[in-house]
Design a protein around this ligand. Structure first.
Ligand code: SF4
Length: 197
């Protein structure tokens, strides 16, 4: 078996490259918004193919508004990062990028639930500039409203990763709590409609 596929008995299964999956999707030709996002993703992948990005993952709080049965943070003491702490970490990372002559910095913000930290927007303001090549937020999606969606868009968030435990309220809520599926999906809809607007 090589990196491009795998063999099961005599049958060969071809695993397509993720960028080709985006390009070959029917949405790529029918939906200009999908095409715009896909082109951005493809451009980013191509630009940094072989490049060196410093990947900085920061948990800006251990606090969360949900209490998932599978939570990795459940026994952690409630803590919240201040803007000053974030600023120092970011400055150190920027200095490292410069010293190591890297191509830039990719920032991933998580928690806990990062949107419970009201200073997140001040932190994201600090993370602007040509050295920041992308910002991702990992969230449960339940606290996304029109205001937060607009802020994410205006602050150039490249990726919002939203956790789902199944495709129905039955499976998701069994792990994440009653009503959480509906709240998360509402966040997804708001975000999607804001980006398309
Ligand atoms: S949403 Fe994430 S941080 Fe919050 S309780 Fe669930 S697993 Fe833990």
């Amino acid at each position: 078996m090589d990196r491009s596929g795998s063999s099961v008995g005599k049958q060969h299964i071809n695993i397509d490259h993720p960028l080709n999956i985006l390009r070959n999707s029917p949405h790529y030709t029918s939906d200009p918004h999908f095409r715009r996002r896909a082109d951005m993703r493809i451009a980013r992948e191509q630009k940094f193919a072989g490049g060196r990005l410093f990947n900085l993952d920061i948990e800006i709080t251990t606090i969360c508004n949900l209490a998932c049965r599978t939570c990795y943070n459940v026994s952690t003491k409630p803590q919240i990062m201040t803007v000053e702490q974030f600023s120092r970490i970011l400055a150190d990372a920027r200095q490292l990028v410069e010293c190591l002559e890297m191509d830039g910095l990719w920032l991933t913000i998580s928690g806990g639930e990062p949107l419970t930290n009201n200073w997140i927007w001040d932190m994201l303001q600090l993370a602007q500039g040509p050295d920041i090549k992308g910002i991702a937020i990992i969230t449960n999606g339940t606290l996304i409203n029109q205001e937060t969606a607009k802020l994410m868009e205006s602050l150039g968030i490249s990726e919002v990763m939203i956790s789902l435990d199944g495709a129905s309220a039955q499976t998701h809520d069994a792990i994440r709590g009653q009503g959480s599926f509906a709240r998360t999906m509402r966040g997804v809809e708001i975000l999607y409609s804001t980006i398309r607007a």
